[in-house]
Design a protein around this ligand. Structure first.
Ligand code: PLP
Length: 421
């Protein structure tokens, strides 16, 4: 009873702080058009009054939204989550290789499809080798501890993803946090870190809250000057940034200068699950021996491997899907800018519509959802105070009409609430 009281009080604090996260229940496949479970009203359940994150519930926590909605808030950048060939590949892998391995990789859990996928990932990124994990969160949790010792240093962008921050926490290296994308600060920290044996600069390739892209050319230049290695997390870049969708390093022409890439199979690459590290062979060999989330967690299920493998085949055959997504991103960004909105970032399918005021972001997101378009408002503490926004994510499977409907809804709602003249 004491534990229950303590937990309930903690939950009440979360609600009171306006940071309660509701989970919407979807009754269809992931895609640009979703059907919510149970129709419109109450689709989120009565679990919480949404304040801040999901401000769409009434006082009792029930919702009133259309059952069929246009979805602009998944990381399904290339629309592969429900691609028929990806689904077929998963079914075939399930039939041929079973539901799962009931084992970690090194005991009895490596099948030919795991090795094939690792080889394909390395080829896609033009690296020597790759290692699979259950998630990119795990890949980030495993790498720093396996690679860095108290003699070494890691220099991390202050806005890096939580999984990088947690991974760094687990290692015993000396830790430096540089200001977000601030090259002067990084240089100062690199100078300070010269006393250590090895320096690793760690950054997201693309940052998911702002849709901004790390200045990798400058980072690699500094890394060369101060004899450091570069690590990038490419979860919001793999499959679609750069001329062939290889990622931020390809986009910025530094594929040969970035040493380590971690990324996910759970976003653009089919959206099922899984993550990986790709880089020099001895590093991958070391991770297989030392990385704890790899050593002590079950192998990726065959169906998941099948999805990712097919997604990579599709991307290596042609960059048409990535180009289609880029064109739609451009359409959305230019139409919204012409309408008078400020969109953060540049050329990235994460399009944060900057509104400043938290309440404005909340009521606008609610009103846009009432028009059947699903977008998410973010405010403090998820983003800094005064920088509230509605985040829109574009997918290759949005039609031009979908994009235009979204822009129209923003424009109408923006005028209604005074965000536009
Ligand atoms: N890194 C970044 C930048 C992410 O956005 C995410 C997921 O949100 C992760 C890592 C974790 O990826 P996964 O879902 O594969 O664990």
């Amino acid at each position: 009873a004491q534990l229950r009281r303590r937990l309930e009080s903690e939950l009440e604090d979360i609600r009171g702080a306006g940071t309660w996260k509701n989970e919407r229940v979807i009754a269809s496949r992931q895609g640009p058009h979703l059907r919510l479970a149970g129709g419109g009203a109450g689709a989120y359940g009565a679990a919480g009054r949404a304040l801040g994150f999901f401000p769409r519930c009434d006082a009792r926590g029930s919702l009133s939204v259309p059952a069929g909605i246009l979805n602009f808030c998944a990381n399904n950048y290339l629309g592969l989550s429900s691609h028929p060939e990806v689904i077929r590949a998963a079914v075939e892998a399930l039939e041929k290789f079973g539901a799962g391995l009931s084992s970690v990789r090194f005991i009895c859990g490596t099948q030919s499809i795991h090795k094939d996928l690792e080889e394909k990932i390395a080829r896609f990124h033009q690296r020597e080798d790759a290692i699979l994990y259950a998630s990119c969160f795990d890949a980030n949790a495993g790498i720093f501890e396996a690679l860095l010792t108290p003699e070494d240093a890691v220099l991390s962008d202050e806005l890096n993803h939580a999984s990088i921050i947690d991974g760094i926490r687990l290692c015993k290296a000396n830790k430096y946090r540089y200001k977000h994308m601030d090259m002067q600060d990084l240089e100062a920290k690199l100078q300070d870190a010269q006393k250590h044996r090895l320096r690793l600069v760690a950054t997201d390739g693309a940052f998911s809250m702002d849709g901004d892209i790390a200045p990798l050319r400058e980072i690699c230049h500094l890394a060369q000057k101060y004899d450091a290695l570069v690590f990038i997390d490419e979860c919001h870049a793999t499959g679609f940034l750069g001329p062939n969708g290889r990622g931020t390093d390809e986009l910025l022409g530094v594929m040969d200068k970035v040493t380590i890439i971690n990324s996910t199979l759970g976003k653009a690459l089919g959206g099922a699950a899984g993550g990986y590290t790709t880089g020099p062979k001895p590093l991958i060999d070391l991770l297989r021996q030392r990385s704890r989330p790899y050593l002590f967690s079950n192998s990726l299920p065959p169906a998941v491997v099948g999805c990712a493998s097919k997604a990579l085949d599709l991307l290596m055959e042609s960059n048409a899907i990535a180009q289609s997504m880029a064109a739609k991103t451009q359409r959305f960004r230019s139409k919204m800018t012409a309408a008078g909105f400020t969109i953060s970032g540049k050329d990235h399918p994460i399009c944060p519509v900057m509104l400043g005021d938290a309440r404005l972001a909340a009521v606008m997101a609610e009103d846009i959802l009432n028009r059947g378009i699903y977008v998410i408002g973010f405010s403090y503490p998820v983003v800094p105070k005064g920088k509230a926004r509605i985040r829109v994510q574009i997918s290759a499977v949005h039609s031009d009409e979908d994009i235009d409907r979204c822009v129209e809804a923003f424009t109408e709602v923006g005028r209604k609430h005074g965000a536009l003249p």
